[in-house]
Design a protein around this ligand. Structure first.
Ligand SMILES: C[S@@+](CC[C@H](N)C(=O)[O-])C[C@H]1O[C@@H](n2cnc3c(N)ncnc32)[C@H](O)[C@@H]1O
Length: 303
């Protein structure tokens, strides 16, 4: 800035002690100049929520939903106000309800039409036009992608700003009898391949430098631990996502059945030599097109 005093022209020096009031990243609204005020935002790799949030429009009627606190944490960390969250396994709409509560928008894709219809009733007609778009489709398909693109256009967005993937944990819970349902895959290997198709659609529809969250747990099958989480994590990386974090979330106190079968499972564990799951994972990834292209170039040179 140039200032004129009497006869001299003086170049004024910016005051380095003046800290801008608000400093944020490109992907959230956390004011880094007041970072100590955000102790409610989790940055560690162990998440414990003793109780499932039931207020704020959430009900706990859907077997296999995640707790609203997961959406809250993800939104604080990885979205700005008005951003669009894309959830490719919408289920009972937890991500959509929390989007409304926190001033975000959401596109949710769910395979079961009767569920998609029922979940729509949780939102007002106006919210369904401006803030929450529910699509009934198979998220593995090109058709689902086209439908999402059309909704993004209505919301005046090219891409979404956060991707949420909360797939069935293989066949632990059967969500329907439909063959396209990821809980009905012929084998776990097919489940991984179908999951990867959904994740690829999500990658293509996510804005560059933005984040994706995968919520998943492991299973025991035929007397063996099957690390669904770690294999899906590898599939995300294969697509080109950068792996940023693996969070272990304590499930105790969050389950619907409140552990009524716990004594039976403890007996089975003692007999079978395995351990009972008390955790699931929240895995965080980032899309970085420049880094992906660079790695592809290096790999090509190396081969
Ligand atoms: C683990 S639940 C998601 C629950 C959700 N996060 C919530 O809080 O309610 C998985 C959902 O994915 C749906 N689903 C399974 N296969 C699908 C597919 N191919 N395309 C879209 N949705 C699918 C199931 O019907 C089920 O509702």
């Amino acid at each position: 800035m140039v200032r004129r005093t009497n006869t001299k022209t003086v170049q004024s020096v910016p005051d380095l002690n003046v800290v801008p009031a608000v400093k944020t990243t490109a992907y959230n609204d956390i004011n880094l100049n007041a970072w100590k005020d955000y102790d409610f935002v989790k940055t560690d790799t162990l998440w414990e929520f003793p109780h499932r949030l039931k207020e704020g429009g959430h009900s706990n009627e859907y077997h296999g939903n995640f707790i609203p606190q997961i959406a809250q944490q993800l939104y604080w960390r990885y979205t700005k106000k008005n951003d669009v969250v894309l959830d490719l396994f919408f289920g009972s709409g937890t991500s959509g309800i929390e989007a409304i509560n926190m001033g975000r928008r959401c596109i949710g894709v769910e395979l079961k039409d009767e569920l998609a219809e029922k979940v729509s009733e949780k939102f007002t007609p106006k919210q369904l036009v401006t803030d929450v778009n529910i699509i009934c489709a198979d998220s593995t398909t090109e058709l689902a992608k086209e439908k999402i693109k059309a909704r993004l256009e209505i919301m005046r967005q090219d891409k979404a700003q956060l991707l949420i993937l909360h797939p069935p944990y293989d066949d632990i819970i059967k969500f329907s009898d439909r063959k396209e349902d990821l809980s009905n895959c012929a084998s776990t290997e097919v489940f991984y391949d179908e999951f990867q198709k959904v994740a690829q659609n999500g990658y293509d529809l996510l804005e560059d430098k933005r984040f994706a969250a995968l919520i998943i747990g492991d299973e025991y099958k035929n007397g063996e631990l099957v690390s669904l989480g770690f294999e899906c994590q590898e599939r995300m990386k294969r697509i080109g996502f950068v792996h940023k974090a693996t969070i272990v979330k304590d499930m105790q106190g969050n389950e619907r059945a409140k552990g009524k079968l716990a004594p039976l499972w403890r007996y089975r564990a003692l007999m079978g030599g395995f351990n009972n799951f008390k955790h699931e994972y929240i895995m965080i990834f980032q899309k970085d097109e420049k880094r992906k292209r660079k790695l592809e170039r290096l790999n090509k040179l190396a081969s």
